[in-house]
Unconditional design. Structure first.
Length: 176
């Protein structure tokens, strides 16, 4: 995989400088922009996946997560462009209207790896075909919103920390 350049930010999500993805995730990490997205369908279900991850491997996660990239042409991906890229790579989803509904910071250190992210939270509605990329996830499922919240509360260790943080915001806003 080619080296990715991501956007380092302050605690409020304001751009500071460009860094390598590796720099952002080593040692104490460098705070950087990230995206976490929940896709819902018209039946009121949320799309979840068991993500392949260096630390939180084979547990349930929100629909998709990624970083906004600094591109070779000198521009930066918008939140929507980064999200659509991730949805296309992870599920083959190419067309979904997205909305930013909040943001949160997430910091955790795991040995020599670190998550130090200012995450923008996006949602969208999608009723089309799903084709999970086996390189990024083990499985996916559509889960009714209330069932998801109940399971999240009863079995929090089955979910990634950023999934729990994002779900808390969505619940407070009445989206979940």
């Amino acid at each position: 995989m080619e080296e990715q350049t991501i956007l380092a930010v302050d605690d409020s999500g304001n751009f500071l400088k460009y860094i390598s993805k590796e720099e952002g995730h080593k040692g104490n990490g460098i705070r950087h922009l990230a995206i976490t997205v929940f896709i819902f369908n018209s039946k009121g279900e949320v799309l979840l996946q068991k993500r392949k991850h260096k630390i939180f491997d084979n547990i349930w996660d929100n629909t998709a997560s990624t970083h906004q990239l600094h591109l070779e042409n000198g521009t930066d991906e918008t939140d929507e462009e980064a999200t659509l890229r991730a949805l296309n790579i992870e599920y083959g989803i190419k067309d979904v209207e997205l909305k930013i509904v909040g943001a949160f910071s997430y910091y955790a250190k795991y040995g020599d790896l670190c998550e130090n992210e200012f995450c923008k939270l996006l949602v969208g509605i999608y009723d089309g075909e799903i084709n999970l990329n086996s390189e990024v996830g083990y499985e996916y499922k559509w889960m009714e919103k209330r069932e998801f919240l109940k399971d999240l509360e009863q079995n929090p260790s089955k979910y990634t920390p950023w999934c729990k943080a994002a779900a808390k915001i969505l619940k407070k806003k009445g989206i979940l």
